[in-house]
Design a protein around this ligand. Structure first.
Ligand SMILES: [Fe+2]
Length: 288
């Protein structure tokens, strides 16, 4: 999803100069032809792979270029946020205390989350399956990448990076009700068959990643994929009527901007309906 981000995908990895490449970039990735960027991605991936669950997350010493990339993105987001975010997300972002001067560290985000909602953050190296992502949520853990997108395109990333995790997911998970719902996704996913996993992935996508809500006569952003992307916030996707079963049956495209999104009548309805849906889905899962 903006879900899966963690360990290298299964299967053979190409060997380059006698060593394994942990990080696979597609040929159209902005960093594909940049050996320094690829080496840096490898370095950060190795840090994550060396991490032991439950321990402190080692700090990453970000380079000047990475700090500049972060600052450019942060300032673009700060400009877009006031007009586009729903109130609870705006307030959560303020409490999270991010700034353009320093790239957020997972250890600091984790401590903040633990104090407010009991969630923690653990680093991952690359893609993980949706099942692994949900299993981590069940333990109260957000799997997060630590790398930044390629500096040539600071407002675009073909894959979730630290900006998405910190500005999107960490801010969302600061809210205890949102954190509880994320854990509930993990509970329902635990032992779920493939058909139910697909329903869960889609519902997560259309709510936690790309949910919109009505508030004060406007349609505002709630989802992590929206609040972490100035590009998404500047767009006007078509609005789909709020219906969880429609979401569960609707495919999503993680490769580009979203063309149509579901709009909840309010944030309270989004969270309340989602909670009820997860309870029912859990009951169905246990009965099957
Ligand atoms: Fe995400």
């Amino acid at each position: 999803m903006h879900l899966p981000k963690a360990t290298p995908p299964p299967g053979p990895s190409p060997v380059r100069e006698g060593r394994l490449d942990l990080v696979q970039l597609d040929a159209d990735h902005p960093g594909f032809r940049d050996p320094l960027y690829r080496a840096r991605r490898e370095e950060i991936a190795r840090l994550a792979l060396a991490y032991e669950s439950g321990t402190s997350v080692p700090l990453v010493e970000y380079t000047r270029e990475e700090r500049e990339t972060w600052a450019a993105i942060w300032h673009a987001l700060r400009a877009a946020h006031p007009a586009h975010l729903c109130r609870r997300v705006r307030e959560a972002l303020e409490r999270l205390g991010l700034n353009g001067e320093s790239v957020p560290q997972l250890e600091h985000l984790s401590a903040r989350l633990e104090a407010e909602s009991g969630m923690r953050v653990e680093p991952v190296a690359g893609l993980v399956s949706a099942r692994a992502f949900f299993e981590a949520l069940r333990r109260g853990v957000l799997f997060s990448t630590q790398y930044l997108r390629h500096p040539s395109q600071p407002l675009y990333t073909p894959e979730p990076d630290l900006v998405h995790e910190a500005v999107g997911h960490a801010a969302s998970l600061l809210d205890p009700q949102v954190a509880a719902l994320n854990r509930a996704f993990g509970e329902v996913a635990h032992g779920a068959d493939e058909a139910r996993m697909l329903r869960l992935e889609r519902i997560y996508w259309w709510t936690m990643e790309f949910g919109l809500v009505r508030e004060g006569g406007e349609v505002l952003a709630f989802g992590a994929g929206l609040i972490s992307s100035a590009g998404e916030l500047a767009r006007c996707p078509a609005h789909l009527p709020w219906d969880l079963e429609s979401m569960a049956g609707r495919e999503y495209d993680p490769t580009g901007y979203q063309e149509a999104l579901f709009v909840a009548p309010s944030l309270e309805r989004l969270l309340g309906d989602l909670g009820s849906w997860l309870v029912r889905e859990g009951e169905l899962s246990r009965a099957s």
